[in-house]
Design a protein around this ligand. Structure first.
Ligand code: AVJ
Length: 320
């Protein structure tokens, strides 16, 4: 047994099934129909997302890694952190950059809903980073987060631009919840995609290879498998659109024809008119002043702001 890897489950086993039933019942019976993007990430959805991060048009992952090459060592120097809490399972290269920069001894707390992703990443990281102790936490970081006791100071990292998946009111609640977890010497490291020309943004969510389309349609496979639904993915087309009012990308599934879907797992029948769209994700894009204001509203100060040379993406260090 690997003494430097422990895993704690704070989500009850059936939490996921209950949460899916609630989201589907609420989201598919209102107009316009919506689903939260968390349901993309079953095993196939996670694999498709990994493929997306390698697409030439999908710049955020590479841009953030480029920023962390400088931001990670600076963050280590500025904070002297002895614990890194990462919202997201830490199976990415970003985590390795941070762990290397923070040095040892270090406690790493990856937080994710997927126990398998945590176990896989946790074992790989302890093998690669002797001197790092991993306390994995199976939790939904949008629910109330209870962290284990860890060496101070700590850094909370929420990278990849996933903050953009939350609607403005959800972002405010989420950032306030993160603020409540910070002690006086702790910090938040936040990755955010930036507002830019709409053509570049839409292209990043509608690649010619169709990987993003498959990722988007995968949520129908999740509903079919988990709720016994009878969606035919070929009845829908992938849509990526820039909403200039809200400054976010929307991904939607548009019904090619009238669709009458049955979802026995939640005792629902759901009808789509021809051309009707189901919104499956928003991905908000930010400006420096907007991030400064949202952090301030949550009781934090923007202490450092790093961008890649192309100013496509930003990483912020925020302090209480
Ligand atoms: C993982 C949520 C940051 O919003 O860019 C990628 C997910 N959706 N392509 C994003 C996603 C379509 C990604 N986040």
């Amino acid at each position: 047994p690997n003494s430097r890897f422990t895993l704690t489950r704070t989500l009850p086993i059936d939490a996921t099934a209950a949460a899916l039933a609630t989201d589907v019942t609420q989201g598919l019976t209102r107009f316009p129909k919506t689903l939260p993007p968390k349901w993309f990430y079953d095993a196939r959805g996670s694999e498709l997302f990994e493929q997306i991060t390698e697409l030439p048009v999908y710049y955020p992952t590479r841009a953030e890694a480029r920023i962390l090459q400088d931001a990670a060592p600076e963050t280590a120097r500025l904070t002297g952190a002895r614990t890194l809490v990462e919202l997201g399972s830490g199976s990415s290269s970003k985590t390795r950059l941070l762990l290397t920069a923070l040095g040892t001894p270090l406690t790493y707390v990856p937080v994710d809903v997927s126990e398998s992703a945590l176990t896989e990443a946790g074992h790989a990281l302890t093998a690669e980073h002797p001197g790092v102790t991993v306390h994995a936490l199976v939790a939904d970081f949008q629910q109330r987060l209870r962290l284990p006791e860890c060496p101070e100071p700590k850094i909370l990292a929420f990278l990849g631009g996933t903050l953009g998946n939350l609607l403005p009111a959800e972002r405010h609640r989420f950032l306030a919840a993160l603020r409540a977890l910070l002690g006086p010497d702790d910090a938040l490291l936040l990755g955010t995609d930036l507002v830019k020309d709409p053509a570049t943004l839409v292209a990043a969510y509608d690649d010619p290879e169709g990987v993003t389309a498959a990722f988007n349609k995968n949520v129908l496979h999740v509903l079919n498998r988990e709720l016994g639904a009878d969606f035919d993915p070929d009845d829908f087309t992938h849509v990526a659109a820039w909403d200039s009012e809200n400054e976010w990308i929307e991904m939607r599934l548009r019904a090619r024809r009238a669709v009458a879907a049955k979802l026995p797992g939640v005792d629902l029948s759901v009808d789509f008119q021809p051309g009707e769209e189901l919104r499956t994700e928003v991905s908000a894009k930010f400006r420096r002043q907007g991030i400064r204001a949202e952090l301030a509203a949550a009781g934090m100060r923007l202490h450092r702001w790093w961008t890649d040379p192309g100013h496509r993406f930003a990483v912020s260090l925020a302090v209480p």
